[in-house]
Design a protein around this ligand. Structure first.
Ligand code: PBG
Length: 324
């Protein structure tokens, strides 16, 4: 036998061949587009640290949703930017709330889109924390009742999936109980189970105006050094009734995505967060990176690590590139 018998390059010779043996294929059908909705009408403000992403009123959001549907993206996740904030995040449970109104507008437009809602308090509290404050700290048990109430109000407005992102203990169980009690047993829970205390949420906090006014989120979000603890968080959320679990952010935590995928038999989502998006956009603006190429490589890496669902601000661009 002449050397070398094995030539790995044989299968890399044409695009047809490379496509045939490719292990990971990105599809728009697995992407979710995050959106920020505010009160009012005809409002559409670009988030300065997230070019191409807007904070917009429900009427404008519906127009963008038409485009998202036509691109073959199956769903959106909504974040509320309310007009008024208070200590208990009251506007988050109002029937008249920004997210509730936006869901109704999407439903009225009869779009075939899954509507996922972020369930948390930080966008609605004047202090910017993900829960209510008692004795100077974020009070776990006092918070989860409000979150359950918020989830039910999103379901009532027409949400398909609720996604708690607060990292309070026991919130998934409380939300499941409340949904069932109100006959929303078919509304699914996508739990932000392994949500790390990350510097990559910076641009999101600009968009949601949700930067904590004191302290930080280290006593509820996970420590970046921990991996086994992520498995514990996922296990607890599944015991409490989560249907799907999420790892967030994506790129600095691909090892966690892989471990969760290998350990549990449920759909795994990864959130390619605002800071990850901003880094790419900034480098592209400077001419330092080629956008399409790096975005597709990033999405491929997240899927290859084991995520079947990817929440990403790149979803519209990626879907467009996949079409052409
Ligand atoms: C709310 C929430 C945050 C994100 C999603 N839900 C911000 C935070 O925890 O500070 C971040 C998403 C992103 O950065 O794109 N708790």
């Amino acid at each position: 036998m002449s050397f070398p018998a094995q030539r790995a390059r044989r299968l890399r010779r044409t695009e047809e061949l490379r496509g045939l043996v490719r292990e990971t294929n990105i599809s728009a059908a697995k992407l979710i587009y995050p959106m920020f909705v505010c009160a009012g009408s005809k409002i559409r403000r670009e988030v300065s640290s997230m070019p191409g992403v807007y904070t917009q009123s429900a009427d404008q959001l519906v127009e963008e949703c038409r485009e998202i549907e036509s691109l073959g993206i199956p769903g959106v996740i909504l974040f509320g930017v309310p007009e008024s904030k208070d200590a208990r995040g009251s506007s988050s449970v109002s029937e008249d709330g920004v997210v509730q109104r936006a869901i109704e507008a999407i439903r009225k437009a009869k779009l075939n889109l899954l509507v996922i809602t972020d369930v948390c308090l930080c966008e609605y509290t004047d202090h910017g924390h993900c829960g209510v404050i008692e004795n100077g700290e974020v009070a776990n048990d006092a918070t989860i009742g409000i979150l359950a109430h918020q989830a039910v109000s999103h379901a009532r407005a027409g949400a398909n999936i609720v996604a708690p992102s607060d990292m309070m203990d026991g919130r998934v169980g409380a939300i499941r109980d409340a949904l069932d009690e109100h006959k929303f047993e078919n509304i699914a829970i996508l739990a932000y189970s392994a949500k790390y205390c990350s510097g990559f949420y910076g641009p999101f906090r600009e968009a949601a105006q949700s930067t904590p006014q004191f302290g930080d989120r280290r006593d509820y979000q996970m420590d970046p050094g921990n991996a086994r603890e992520a498995l514990k968080e996922v296990e607890l959320d599944l015991e409490e009734g989560a249907d799907m679990v999420m790892v967030k952010p994506a790129l600095p935590y691909l090892d966690i995505v892989r471990r969760v995928r290998d350990t549990f038999n449920v759909p795994v989502a990864a959130y390619n967060v605002s800071g990850e998006y901003a880094m790419v956009k900034a480098a592209v603006q400077k001419g330092w990176l080629e956008e399409k190429r790096v975005v597709m490589e990033i999405l491929t890496s997240i899927q290859r690590a084991g995520a079947e669902i990817i929440l990403t601000y790149h979803a519209k661009d990626a879907a467009r590139w996949l079409k052409s």
